[in-house]
Design a protein around this ligand. Structure first.
Ligand code: UT7
Length: 335
């Protein structure tokens, strides 16, 4: 999609946070019938962080990630105009972003949630860039955060091995077109396949005794892993190629491939399809599992901490997951 860019978008800082408790594959194999070997060879995951106890919530993780990003550039939270919280596991269905706004004291910011599961961060970042490029806002905080450990069925071995909890934040600001870092994007949804990965609201069997009203609740993540796998491996490379073509960028010019951290086999298959060297894949899912909307900013923040990314490096970022929704953004990194 072409955007009428009046100003550019600069990425000022990133931050991330994960819970303290680490759950290994060996520990999971004491809960369901699985093994370290099966999980490692099928997914690349060795462990994941889980929010245990009652004292911490997704908000705490998001707040720590946001404050880390703010501290890196010594920015006062009052400078933020907009907060977008990409999450599919809010602690309030009416929206959790406002709790973050209050906790970090971003008193001048409007705040809202964006629900797009594992593609949430890419969609949040692109949404933010539209507000910045059309001049509506100067500074936006985008957070990808999920605590899917609260929503997996811990007796379903096909899903409970995959997910971990975490949060990642990014501060973006409007700038001159010359300094623009988000070069382009390509977003897609195909709702015909929404049943491949969902967390559905389920009604109770019996209605209210007086009103003919069925109430219910959200239950557990349900996934057809094989179909999601095939979808990711076929559609993500196409999205990346479309985006690169629209920008006249050759795939050989890509320095880093930063995909949603779902499964190491998906990441390497996408790289292979695009003939991108596997050394260019940014991957940390072995430590954190699939952290849904948090996975891309978490991996980016870690890669930056490790000083992997150099000035002017081109990074392809792609998210994919429930919806089904998937999309790509091409970023030129600038320090
Ligand atoms: O953010 C997007 C989120 N979703 C994804 O990224 C999921 C994408 N899909 C995947 O990553 C893979 O499909 C999985 C890792 C989920 C599963 O790997 P697979 O190679 O597609 O395995 P499968 O579902 O075809 O199952 C193969 C076998 C089955 O046994 P049978 O029928 O061959 O006897 C399963 O019952 O492995 C069995 N199995 C397990 N065995 C041990 C499934 N889960 C487990 C397990 N431990 N945890």
């Amino acid at each position: 999609m072409k955007s009428l860019m009046m100003q550019g978008t600069q990425i000022l800082a990133t931050g991330s946070a994960v819970p303290d408790f680490s759950l290994s594959n060996e520990q999971i194999s004491q809960i369901v019938e699985t093994s370290n070997e099966w999980i490692l060879t099928r997914t690349g995951i060795k462990k994941r962080r889980i929010l245990t106890g009652t004292h911490q919530s997704i908000i705490d993780l998001a707040v720590v990630a946001a404050l880390k990003a703010l501290n890196k550039i010594a920015m006062d939270a009052s400078e933020i105009d907009l907060i977008i919280l990409a999450t599919s596991s809010p602690n309030d269905l009416f929206g959790s972003a406002s709790q973050i706004q209050a906790k970090i004291k971003a008193n001048n910011a409007v705040a809202f949630d964006l629900t797009a599961a594992c593609s949430g961060f890419v969609l949040g970042m692109i949404t933010a860039s539209q507000f910045l490029q059309n001049g509506s806002y100067k500074t936006v905080l985008v957070i990808g955060a999920d605590t899917l450990s609260k929503w997996v069925n811990w007796s379903d071995r096909s899903t409970c091995i995959l997910f971990g909890d975490g949060a990642g934040a990014m501060i973006l600001q409007s700038c001159s077109k010359l300094d623009n870092q988000i070069l382009g994007f390509q977003l897609n949804t195909d709702g015909n396949y929404c049943n491949h990965l969902s967390l559905l609201y389920e009604e109770e069997i019996n209605p209210h005794p007086i009103l003919n009203l069925y109430q219910g609740s959200f239950k557990y993540i349900s996934m057809n892993g094989k179909e999601v796998y095939k979808f990711a491996v076929s559609q993500v490379p196409l999205s990346i190629l479309k985006c690169l073509n629209s920008l006249n960028i050759d795939v050989n010019d890509i320095d880093w491939l930063l995909l949603h951290q779902a499964n190491d086999r998906i990441l390497t298959a996408v790289a292979d399809k695009l003939s991108i060297d596997t050394n260019k894949i940014i991957m940390n899912l072995n430590k954190y599992g699939n952290t849904s909307a948090a996975s891309i900013p978490l991996a980016l923040d870690e890669a930056l901490e490790q000083k992997k990314i150099s000035n002017n490096d081109l990074i392809v970022i792609s998210g994919f997951g429930a919806g089904l929704t998937w999309g790509t953004a091409i970023i030129k990194w600038k320090y």
